[in-house]
Design a binder for this molecule. Structure first.
Ligand SMILES: [Zn+2]
Length: 744
């Protein structure tokens, strides 16, 4: 492109469209795949959108095809901040439970929290939602994951009915997908239709998770069609209400989904239980932390379905016997369920813990004990430098919060005790509650990080003399309920899960035997080796794990098995036998392109370029165009989004972002899922498979071309800039391209 043309194109992209749209109505349908719309006769969707509007034929979720992250990209148009439906801070195991709305609703009702957890996080990082572009009086937001404020007044009774249901039924309705039950959906439709009559309101949205819910539960086409027909009828009612509304001629209606679903009438999805596997010897005999109780356990024991931290202890742990509550050693985020994000406790912390455990028992023979104390001190010495530096950084970052905390304290102390009607109408009470909540979160973080730092400091100060009887308690030097610093790739390939089969042993020349004194797991091999014997469906692999992805210094590494691996670094480079060295360097063999590699582009007939193209460096847009029709569709940009770095914000914010990262992303083979709370026989999403990332985006109404199909591929990042452009308020600086072709 010549410079002049490039400038012209940029100008065109930044120009507001003929400002025919003064109001947008966004219907957010969780997990709705375009294939489901194509397979059913849905007269309203066909009339309003397919014939009467514009359809994106190739619109994709960018990153994991998973509700919390997907909606966060659709709602912000900014780089990814939310990487799972739940995340934990590694140091404190503070949960960020983006889906758990019940505690939020109850504490919001009592005047405590104002926004859902995801919105709180985005606010902290200064990332606005689409609706934040509109004044409070101009917007109408329905219940959803990224909810700002609660319209508590109209919802109290509907919610109470919902929560008062038999807990088992509640679980079935809500925990599998995002279903709200009929009463809430009716309430929200009623509110939406009412809001359409108010010409001040310029942004309206509505969220529905019923299709996602049903498709997880059953692959029966009739049940799914029933849901789609209800959705279609609802869309018909909204369209009619728009036509009768005062802003009929300038309203655009948008139908959008956050991801698809791999549901298929011919295949029953199979579940693999990662909690059991990580509990087992092959998985490392971990005490396992998850965000919900397994469904079976909940049903038998009647446990609280809405907790955010559940520990399932190993029955035969390599160490830490009976200490699951204090020392969970792996964190599993299994949501979405064609993938799992896994955070393992720091490998060095495990090693030091095992030393201390053995040494404080005082059952070791004298020579072994003396050698073990030396070895412990050597390991401590090795890690002291980087860990001390980390704690010094943390201390400095916590001190940098002081002015903010002091300021918030003054603001909160000055808040009025009572609010006038006018103040409430301006939502001043909510901003005040937001300040109180922000202060509480900052103070809790500071307290918990300080406690973590104090414990690690005591650990790093241990000397050989401390091993005399009764000098310290283990809990004083090993932080409880903490995963510690993240693991290196070397750690994950040489992960210590307990003492060796003979306990601590010496080499023939009397030195501490590092090799035989510990049991180790290479998590890449171990996860690949999970296999089922009695596999009856030919379309379903005997191996639940397709590949494992981690970010390395040489790029994103995808591991299928020892021979089939890929490094992504702008290019798609096949490699084999990749090994990390303790100093962080990698060794591997480059391989030619061929079949059986992760993402399977080479053998895909829908790859739009010759295979050799994959070996060269390309931009995101070029990757998307070349690969989106393949089985793995936009996985390259998806993986870069999920595993890539985000360097905006303060040092403290970057630290917190890093502490929410997990060690491993495990991607399931097609039709497998890891949803231990209740396996989803009907279908799943979460992976980078096209069936799961291919999403719905349709426009109708003011100024939208009729009967137009846009074949060019776009992803979630294009949603916000396109809607803003439609409204004649383009916003430079958003990373995603505006969807061209919506101009008549
Ligand atoms: Zn779902």
């Amino acid at each position: 492109m010549s410079q002049a043309i490039r400038v012209a194109v940029l100008l065109l992209a930044a120009l507001p469209l003929a400002a025919e749209t003064s109001r947008v109505v966004v219907l957010k349908i969780d997990g709705l795949p375009p294939a489901a719309l194509a397979a059913n006769r849905l007269p309203n969707i066909e009339r309003i959108f397919t014939r009467g509007g514009t359809t994106l034929d190739n619109f994709y979720a960018r990153g994991l095809s998973l509700s919390a992250p997907s909606w966060s990209l659709l709602d912000t148009g900014r780089p990814l901040e939310i990487r799972g439906n739940v995340e934990y801070d590694r140091y404190t195991l503070r949960p960020f439970d983006y889906l758990n709305f019940v505690p939020f609703y109850f504490s919001a009702g009592a005047g405590g929290r104002v926004d859902m957890r995801g919105v709180e996080l985005l606010d902290e990082l200064g990332v606005p939602l689409l609706l934040d572009r509109f004044a409070i009086k101009e917007r109408h937001q329905a219940f959803q994951l990224l909810q700002r404020g609660v319209r508590w007044d109209t919802l109290k009774s509907a919610l109470k009915r919902f929560v008062a249901k038999a807990p088992g039924e509640l679980l079935d309705e809500w925990i599998v997908g995002m279903s709200l039950g009929d009463s809430l959906n009716k309430q929200y439709e009623h509110d939406l239709l009412l809001a359409l009559k108010d010409p001040k309101i310029r942004y309206l949205d509505y969220f529905n998770g019923e299709y996602d819910h049903v498709a997880h539960l059953t692959n029966d086409p009739v049940s799914q069609r029933h849901q789609l027909e209800e959705l279609d009828a609802f869309i018909g009612r909204v369209w009619t209400a728009i036509q009768q509304s005062p802003l009929a001629s300038t309203t655009s209606l948008i139908l959008v989904s956050d991801h698809g679903m791999n549901t298929n009438a011919a295949v029953i999805s199979q579940g693999d239980n990662f909690v059991d596997w990580f509990n087992s010897k092959a998985g490392g005999a971990h005490h396992v932390l998850t965000n919900r109780h397994p469904l079976s356990e909940f049903k038998v024991r009647g446990l609280d379905p809405f907790v955010s931290t559940v520990i399932t202890p190993a029955t035969q742990p390599g160490y830490l016997n009976g200490q699951g509550d204090q020392y969970p050693t792996v964190m599993l985020d299994l949501d979405g369920n064609e993938r799992a994000s896994i955070g393992l406790r720091n490998n060095t912390l495990n090693t030091l813990h095992i030393f201390l455990d053995q040494l404080t028992r005082r059952t070791l023979p004298g020579a072994t004990r003396a050698a073990a104390i030396d070895a412990f001190m050597a390991e401590l010495e090795n890690t002291r430098g980087p860990w001390m530096q980390d704690l010094a950084d943390l201390d400095r970052q916590l001190k940098s919060l002081e002015p903010q905390i002091a300021g918030l304290r003054r603001t909160v102390a000055a808040q009025p005790k009572k609010w006038t009607k006018e103040q409430i109408a301006q939502e001043l009470h909510r901003s005040a509650n937001r300040d109180s909540r922000k202060l509480a979160l900052l103070e809790e973080d500071r307290r918990d990080y300080t406690a973590y730092a104090a414990t690690i400091t005591r650990l790093l100060k241990l000397t050989p003399a401390d091993f005399d009887p009764g000098k310290f308690k283990l809990t004083e030097v090993i932080p409880a309920r903490s995963l510690g610093p993240s693991n290196t790739l070397w750690d994950l390939q040489n992960y210590v899960t307990g003492p060796g089969p003979q306990g601590f042993v010496l080499t023939p020349d009397g030195k501490f035997d590092w090799e035989r004194s510990f049991t180790r797991v290479n998590y890449f091999e171990a996860l690949h080796n999970i296999a089922v014997r009695n596999n009856v469906q030919s379309a379903v692999s005997a191996r639940p794990v397709d590949f494992v992805a981690v970010n390395t210094r040489d790029g994103i590494w995808l591991y299928h098995d020892e021979e089939h691996q890929v490094l992504l670094n702008g290019t798609y480079q096949p490699v084999a036998h990749l090994r990390a060295n303790p100093d962080g360097t990698l060794t591997y063999e480059k391989r030619p392109l061929g079949p059986g590699l992760p993402l399977a582009y080479f053998e895909d007939p829908n790859l739009a370029v010759p295979p050799d193209w994959l070996l060269q460096s390309h931009t995101d847009q070029e990757w998307l165009a070349a690969t989106h029709k393949t089985r793995s569709s936009n996985a390259i940009t998806g993986l870069a989004t999920q595993l890539g770095e985000n360097t905006s914000g303060t040092e403290y914010q970057q630290r917190q972002r890093a502490l929410r990262r997990t060690d491993l992303l495990v991607v399931a083979s097609d039709h497998w899922n890891f949803n231990v709370r209740g396996f989803n026989p009907g279908g799943n999403h979460g992976s980078f498979l096209r069936s799961s990332t291919h999403s719905v985006l349709m426009f109708a109404g003011a100024g939208i071309p009729e009967g137009r199909h846009i074949p060019e591929p776009y992803d979630s990042l294009s949603f916000v800039p396109t809607v803003l452009n439609l409204l004649g308020r383009p916003e430079p600086g958003l990373p995603g391209p505006v969807i061209m072709g919506l101009i008549p």
